[in-house]
Design a protein around this ligand. Structure first.
Ligand code: NAD
Length: 488
């Protein structure tokens, strides 16, 4: 797909209209071809301030609507996502590089996230109780005000939907700052929200990098921030936003361990592990990164090699996001090899003949990795899996538990007792049993542990309802009687 004329320049979306670019411009590149496809404005505090002003004004009437009124926009918006799914998927493909089926799955997940948002009026729990004769206490969930969402490059359409539909249905207004590497999808999201009838100023987009994020964290009228990205930046954002006394949930990076026991089903385990490590070119925070092999699982490893060789970059897997990312990933593989690990499948120096300038890395399986190697400890964020061989379940758990991260972990086994043993002891927020990418589906919420998440709430599902609202507690005396008890 060619890029449409209007997306050749990414603009800020403030108060219901796209603004002319006035700031420094950077290039947006298609990672599959290495070609420049668009440009982006690097905004400053000034643009953030304008967006916050618009969102603050829009908040007055948007927050005064009922939940049922607000969800009407999202019923329409959900239909628009469905109607435009092909175009939206192509757009993701253009800016992020992932293959079409993965891009489409991302929009399907965004649709599911909207389905949760429109169910909020049915599931939100406000309480009322007669606490004394004629006296009632009630608790109602009220929005916070202007909130913000900062997103990463790996899911240009889905991650914005982790925060936006719930935050808006709950009555907040929002400033979104997409990754500067993939800003186009959010531009279309803004247009579709407008088409669905969202009032001007309720959703605003400010493009840019560090300066925009800092302005959001510092702005006195931004009440809460959701962040998704690397751990390094999650820490900066969490500290800066909370320093300014905002609510913050900041999701960070990951190093997910899959523990494979000898009784695991060979076919299913091999295909699941390989799909988990290579899908979206390994650029998923839920991707398998370390396989902890317990005892003899050689037949599974052999089968994984067969499965990995079926994955052809440019055909059934896309590129990584930048040239620097490709170099970083290949350096990790070089270093592991230098330190004595064995490369079973090698994705380095991959060339796709029709796209010689694309940033492709093939699936890579590294065996005989030791826990002290950097490929065992650090987030690689590419289609690479490191196999650490162990003798016993407890040794495998020790390795998993020693990770600084804690987004996901999984166990492959047919033994229920062993599965339960690992579920209870793994130090991760999302656990899979015979599932390589254990993403909880709505209404269950998404969020890791340890350095994979900072803040109390999860980012989606029921937990996000608490994050995006505050309780108003009201005590009402309905009768005129006095002194029937101490409270009346
Ligand atoms: P990133 O941290 O580089 O960028 C994320 C956002 O932060 C972007 O919008 C970027 O503009 C901004 N940013 C970058 N540097 C900044 C700085 N110094 N100060 C303030 N803001 C800054 O992440 P990325 O490379 O876009 O995304 C990949 C990372 O995101 C991986 O680590 C991946 O694991 C993580 N991720 C985590 C989850 C999760 O659920 N835990 C989900 C998706 C991605």
């Amino acid at each position: 797909m060619e890029i449409s004329e209007k997306l050749r320049e990414t603009k800020n979306y403030i108060n219901g209209s796209f603004k002319e670019n006035t700031q420094k411009i950077m290039d947006i590149t298609n990672p599959a071809t290495g070609k420049v496809i668009s440009s982006l404005q690097l905004s400053t505090f000034k643009e953030v301030d304008l967006a916050v002003l618009a969102a603050k004004k829009a908040y007055i009437s948007w927050s005064a609507l009922t939940y049922k009124e607000r969800v009407q926009v999202f019923f329409k918006y959900r239909s628009l996502l469905e109607k435009n799914i092909e175009e939206l998927s192509h757009l993701i493909q253009l800016e992020n590089g992932k293959i079409f089926s993965e891009a489409r799955a991302e929009v399907e997940k965004a649709i599911e996230l909207c389905e949760f948002a429109v169910s909020i009026p049915q599931i939100i729990q406000n309480e009322v109780q007669e606490v004394s004769r004629g006296v009632e206490c009630r608790t109602e969930r009220k929005p916070l005000g202007v909130v913000a969402s900062i997103t990463p490059f790996n899911f240009p359409n889905m991650v914005p939907h982790w925060s936006m539909p719930n935050a808006l249905v709950l009555g907040n207004t929002m400033i979104m700052k997409p990754s500067e590497l993939v800003p186009l999808s959010v531009m279309r999201i803004a247009e579709l929200l407008q088409e669905a009838g969202l009032p001007d100023g309720v959703f605003n987009v400010v493009n840019g990098g560090v300066e925009v994020v800092e302005a959001i964290c510092d702005h006195p009228d931004v009440k809460a921030v959701s962040f998704v990205g690397s751990t390094k930046v999650a820490k900066i954002v969490y500290q800066r936003a909370t320093h300014h006394l905002k609510r913050c949930v900041a999701l960070g990076g990951a190093k997910n361990h899959l523990i494979v026991l000898p009784d695991a089903n060979t076919e299913m385990t091999a295909s699941n592990v390989v799909a988990s490590m290579s899908g979206c070119a390994g650029q998923r925070c839920m991707a398998a990164s370390v396989m902890v092999a317990v005892d003899d699982v050689q037949t599974i490893i052999d089968k994984m090699v067969v499965e990995a060789k079926k994955i052809i970059p440019g055909e059934n897997v896309g590129p990584v996001i930048t040239r620097q990312a490709k170099e970083r990933i290949e350096n990790y593989i070089n270093e592991a090899e230098k330190n004595g690990a064995k490369i079973l499948v090698d994705g380095r120096n991959y060339q796709v003949s029709e796209n010689p300038n694309g940033y492709f890395v093939g699936p890579t399986i590294i065996d005989y990795v030791t826990p002290d190697m950097s490929v065992a400890k650090e987030e690689i964020f590419g289609p690479v899996i490191s196999i650490i061989r162990t003798k016993h379940i407890d040794e495998a758990l020790e390795i998993e538990n020693s990770s600084l991260y804690g987004n996901a972990a999984a166990v492959f086994t047919q033994n229920g007792a062993h599965a339960k043993y690992i579920i209870e002891r793994a130090s991760a927020g999302m656990i899979g049993v015979n599932i390589g990418v254990p993403v909880p589906r709505e209404p269950f919420s998404f969020g890791g542990w340890n350095d994979s998440k900072f803040g109390v709430a999860d980012i989606t599902g029921r937990s996000s309802i608490e994050f995006w609202t505050q309780n108003k507690k009201t005590t009402i005396k309905w009768n005129a009687e006095a002194k029937t008890n101490w409270m009346s």
